[in-house]
Design a protein around this ligand. Structure first.
Ligand SMILES: [Zn+2]
Ligand SMILES: [Zn+2]
Length: 226
């Protein structure tokens, strides 16, 4: 198999343990050279609520979300946002290489096998982005791994997030509304909301807030990068 990012060969031979334990074989689409450029978040003195690395306790953003929305953030992510992740999302989202959706399949799949939820939904692209790109990048990133339920719809914003500074991003008003299917979900179910990148947390906090205000209590969020 070849690395989806650079085309190098990937050695996918099974370990003795995998053969004897009949473990589910999770395919890998990223080579070791590319993997070495990633900065995993695990074990880095993270914020316990959002996994911000090297934060030494609850970070100031998480305190702000608690004060502003009453949200006790429960977020998990796999990799720190760095140059490799930046280039990856540029190729995947801006240049629309939809095949790259599976580059992190193994990492996300393994995370999904260790965590249980009743309902998994995702941050949808706005209609204008969907039209321009031809695919929904967050949906494609997770569709092979989770049984995704579309529950939210994104209203087109005044200007794209990427063009906003930090203060503008944090102060953007609610940009989601709930689809009719939303009302069919039982309140005691464990909810997971997926996004691709967590920057200030604003996008996921707005989605989280819709669930919270409707009476859900068990709400978690996840992003590939933080
Ligand atoms: Zn590679
Ligand atoms: Zn935090």
């Amino acid at each position: 198999m070849k690395c989806l990012n650079c085309g190098n060969s990937i050695n996918n031979s099974l370990s003795i343990k995998e053969i004897f334990l009949f473990k589910e074989i999770v395919p890998n689409y990223i080579c070791n050279l590319c993997r070495k450029q990633l900065a995993p978040l695990i074990g880095r003195n993270n914020c316990p609520r959002c996994l911000k690395p090297d934060s030494d306790g609850v970070c100031t953003d998480c305190y702000m979300w608690e004060q502003k929305y009453g949200i006790i953030n429960c977020h998990q992510a796999l990799f720190e946002y760095n140059q490799f992740i930046h280039s990856y999302f540029k190729l995947y989202k801006r240049y629309g290489d939809v095949l790259l959706a599976r580059l992190f399949f193994q990492d996300i799949k393994n995370w999904s096998l260790r965590n249980n939820f009743d309902v998994v939904t995702y941050i949808p692209a706005s209609e204008s982005h969907l039209q321009a790109r031809g695919f929904d990048p967050v949906y494609e990133l997770y569709a092979d791994i989770f049984d995704l339920k579309p529950l939210l719809v994104k209203v087109d914003a005044d200007k794209p997030q990427a063009q906003k500074n930090r203060i503008e991003r944090l102060n953007t008003p609610q940009t989601f509304s709930a689809l009719p299917e939303f009302s069919k979900i039982q309140k005691e179910q464990r909810i997971l909301i997926l996004d691709d990148i967590y920057t200030t947390g604003r996008t996921l906090m707005h989605a989280h807030d819709i669930f919270l205000k409707t009476g859900f209590e068990n709400i978690s969020t996840f992003s590939l990068s933080r």
